[in-house]
Design a protein around this ligand. Structure first.
Ligand code: ATR
Length: 289
């Protein structure tokens, strides 16, 4: 169904970030709205680094119905929410807010987006798998709960600063037990054996830093996901390819976290896989001069 995305009952949504210029979210949500016939607008908001809370108040007063929140505001978004979903509480951070009168519901759809991209779009089961999560910052915290929900056999968190991996494991220990998953932290020197799924949630690719894991963790056919997309993901994915593993960047996670936010706001599930294919084609096109 293709119907106009604006009309007399058009709702307004924004993505708050700094920087935010690069964000693909307006494109993704505009396409979701078109494909599901929802009347909405979605725009970027360059939020001052010291002005998240006051900007959120202003957006609420202007009648904005919901926000996505990106770097560096996910923790402030959690603090600003009056209610939280269970997965947001586990992550301690929010990427999605629903604004209803004085209430602000905080959710985190990053983890379910990643899980859906792996299990549905890539078709790789996490249940029973041996999973390696590299990094223990905000990006890793945002996805760990939903990864555990899939009941992997074992999940190892590995981080340059081991104390942060230990803390992340401790805060998710009960959730891991409920899901019958053996959750551990290891330094990269202590990693043993190969993994079925390897996830890069470190910021190392951004700085073209060293690969944060030894070659010995890879096996041919393993799935290796970098949560970044575009050039930032390439060193990690090239490393995976050299060892016969299948690389996947974070574009699918980006689209699927947006799909989960859209569903929360609108009560309608947009076609994530279709929009991922379309966005990949757009990004693969040479830039217009
Ligand atoms: P984000 O919200 O993107 O997760 P963050 O909270 O600053 O950002 O976390 C960045 C993560 O990338 C951390 O796990 C960090 O490791 P430390 O905890 O040791 O700082 C990791 N990281 C950043 N640069 C790295 C590099 N060059 N090699 C390995 N890990 C790196």
């Amino acid at each position: 169904m293709n119907t106009p995305t604006t009309g007399p009952h058009t709702d307004r949504y924004v993505v708050m970030g700094n920087p935010v210029e690069h964000s693909r979210s307006p494109w993704i949500h505009a396409r979701f709205a078109e494909l599901t016939g929802q009347a909405l607008t979605y725009e970027k908001h360059l939020t001052p680094l010291d002005g998240f809370a006051s900007t959120l108040v202003a957006l609420r007063q202007q009648g904005v119905k919901g926000c996505n929140v990106t770097v560096p505001f996910k923790f402030e978004a959690f603090a600003a929410a009056t209610h939280h979903t269970q997965r947001a509480t586990l992550a301690g951070a929010c990427n999605t807010l629903v604004l209803r009168g004085d209430e602000v519901l905080g959710d985190n759809t990053d983890g379910v987006g990643l899980v859906r991209d792996i299990t549905v779009n890539a078709g790789v089961p996490l249940r029973g798998a041996r999973v390696l999560l590299l990094g223990a910052g905000g990006a890793a915290a945002g996805v760990l709960g939903p990864l555990l929900d899939e009941q992997p056999r074992e999940l190892v968190v590995c981080n340059r600063t081991p104390a942060k991996a230990d803390a992340l494991v401790a805060s998710h220990a009960a959730h891991a037990k409920n899901n019958k998953c053996e959750l551990k932290s290891h330094t990269s020197q202590a990693l043993e054996g190969v993994f079925d799924v390897i996830l890069n949630a470190t910021a190392s690719s951004l700085g073209q830093g060293d690969i944060p894991a030894p070659d010995s963790v890879l096996r041919p056919g393993a799935l290796v996901v970098d949560m970044m997309y575009g050039p930032a993901a390439q060193p990690f994915l090239a490393w995976a390819a050299r060892h016969g593993a299948t690389g996947r960047d974070g574009l699918g996670m980006l689209v699927e976290q947006a799909a989960a936010a859209f569903e929360l706001w609108r009560g309608v599930r947009p076609p994530g896989a279709q929009v991922l294919a379309e966005l990949s084609a757009v990004l693969a096109r040479p830039p217009q001069t």
